[in-house]
Write a protein that binds this ligand. Structure first.
Ligand code: AMP
Length: 128
């Protein structure tokens, strides 16, 4: 069940600070506090959706359009230049990266990897 006190719900309600990038009626984006690369943003719908499937199944057409508008403007604002990764983890037992905040979010990641990210990518490639 959706937890209204998750950290992104608090950011959306303005109860905790974030470094906002883009906002519209239905969605907002902000910088990840623990970036994997030099450019790392999170795009979230304002509605209460636990993960990407929940959002895709239940969000209205206006919410979905608002989300993608925010996504595009965020990518443009980061200046990803067509070279980036998008990630949406779902579930605490997802095989590669576990979802840790249970409010749907899409990661947009670009630029040079942090040293921690370099190590993590090597571990995934070698299966450790
Ligand atoms: P995930 O593991 O896909 O659920 O990703 C959650 C992401 O949220 C992680 O990359 C965290 O670094 C990030 N995060 C957690 N708390 C905050 C916060 N207060 N502001 C911005 N990003 C956050």
């Amino acid at each position: 069940m959706y937890d209204k006190d998750n950290v992104f719900a608090k950011i959306i309600r303005g109860e905790i600070p974030s470094k906002k990038i883009v906002e519209n009626e239905y969605a907002m984006s902000f910088y990840d506090v623990n970036p994997m690369c030099e450019k790392h943003a999170l795009v979230v719908p304002k509605g209460e959706y636990e993960n990407i499937l929940d959002f895709a199944r239940r969000a209205s057409a206006a919410e979905q359009a608002g989300f993608w508008d925010c996504f595009v403007k965020t990518a443009d604002s980061l200046g990803v230049n067509g070279e980036f990764n998008v990630m949406a983890n779902a579930g605490g037992e997802a095989p590669l990266f576990k979802q840790s905040v249970f409010h749907f979010h899409m990661h947009i990641i670009a630029g040079k990897k942090t040293p921690e990210c370099e190590k993590m990518v090597k571990c995934i490639m070698c299966g450790e």
